[in-house]
Design a protein around this ligand. Structure first.
Ligand code: PHE
Length: 337
């Protein structure tokens, strides 16, 4: 073995290593090349072992050439590792990337919430029919939420309202209103008939939120007190508002029901495309006891009342799958409307 052929071998190895390291596509490939060019069976290791057989005069020079080749190979392996590790990290970053820039860089005009849109439309429809809009407090006493509405303390209907009581005064005396019907009482107490009002507002019950219930929801109450008012006026009013709100194809029907504050009482349904009926709310002729409780003479004045959920109306009108979408505050949902 001559020193000339040894250094020529080393040059060939270096050239080979250079090309193949540059072509390596992953870290495993680099490790294999590392073993091949620098391991026990590599050309540089073999060359070192052959040093002893060389002419002593050549040993130093060839030894330096072997060490230089080793250093070059080590540097090239390290460089190849760095290159591929950076690429792998970059790929991982890309794969795990979280897009936190969502909507930060675009300014959008907001819009009215679905509930607000539904309530505004309802108010418009009723105002066109000659009603005015009334309001009442969200925290009520038992008198307004129950007693004046002909639901005395012993009445089983109290249980059906799943009321959220407020820790104020006597037990079960103060509560978040469980319906908008107390606004009927407040209006009749301080308004001379004839009365034509609608009262939209928030209402509360101990319901657990699910696809069709919310513990804080919205109702709209209607109250008419005038002379000679009949059940026909009630149904006509409901029909007129449903047509105005949903369109002319939607039919309505009343089903006998029970509320302590109306007599007779009914639930009203609207027809759906598939021919089924969907319950919208409750209604009836104002009970004489209720008129009496508000200082209105039932012999002279009659009236009707109705109440229904605005959130449910929005669910129907916009064909939502889940009423909770209304309170999730997901802009991707909200901006569709
Ligand atoms: N307040 C009743 C409820 O929340 C609905 C209703 C209102 C029924 C007016 C009759 C008259 O269930």
């Amino acid at each position: 073995m001559s020193s000339a052929s040894l250094t020529a071998d080393l040059d060939a190895v270096l050239a080979d290593a250079n090309v193949r390291l540059a072509a390596a596509v992953d870290l495993d490939a680099v490790s294999a090349l590392d073993a091949e060019f620098l391991g026990k069976k590599s050309a540089v290791t073999a060359a070192k072992k052959q040093l002893g057989q060389l002419d002593p005069a050549d040993r130093k020079e060839v030894g330096q050439a072997i060490n230089a080749a080793r250093t070059t190979l080590e540097a090239e392996v390290a460089a190849a590792r760095d290159r591929l590790a950076a690429g792998a990290r970059q790929a991982q970053y890309e794969a795990e990337r979280l897009d936190l820039s969502e909507r930060l860089n675009e300014v959008r005009r907001g819009s009215l919430h679905l509930n607000t849109q539904a309530r505004d439309r309802l108010e418009d429809v009723f105002v066109c029919m000659g009603f005015t809009v009334a309001e009442g407090p969200e925290v009520e006493t038992a008198w307004y939420n129950f007693e004046a509405l002909n639901i005395p303390e012993w009445h089983p209907a109290r249980g059906s309202f799943d009321t959220i009581f407020v820790n104020l005064g006597e037990p079960e005396e103060v509560m978040l209103r469980s319906h908008t019907s107390p606004v009927q009482i407040r209006t009749m107490e301080n308004t001379e008939p004839p009365i034509y009002i609608v009262a939209p507002g928030r209402t509360f019950r101990t319901d657990t939120a699910d696809a069709t219930h919310l513990p804080a929801f919205n109702q709209i109450e209607g109250l008419v007190i005038d002379r000679g008012i009949t059940l026909g006026d009630l149904h006509g009013t409901i029909e007129a508002f449903v047509h105005a709100f949903f369109g002319g194809d939607v039919k309505t029907r009343l089903r006998p029901s029970y509320f302590p504050f109306t007599e007779p009482s009914a639930e009203f349904d609207i027809s759906r495309d598939d021919g089924s009926w969907l319950e919208l709310g409750g209604c009836g002729m104002v009970h004489p006891n209720v008129l009496h409780n508000c200082g209105i003479d039932p012999e002279q004045w009659q009236g009707f009342a109705f109440g229904f959920g605005i959130d449910r109306l929005a669910v129907m009108r916009y064909e939502l799958d889940d009423i909770r979408e209304l309170v999730n505050n997901d802009v991707r949902f909200l901006r569709q409307f």
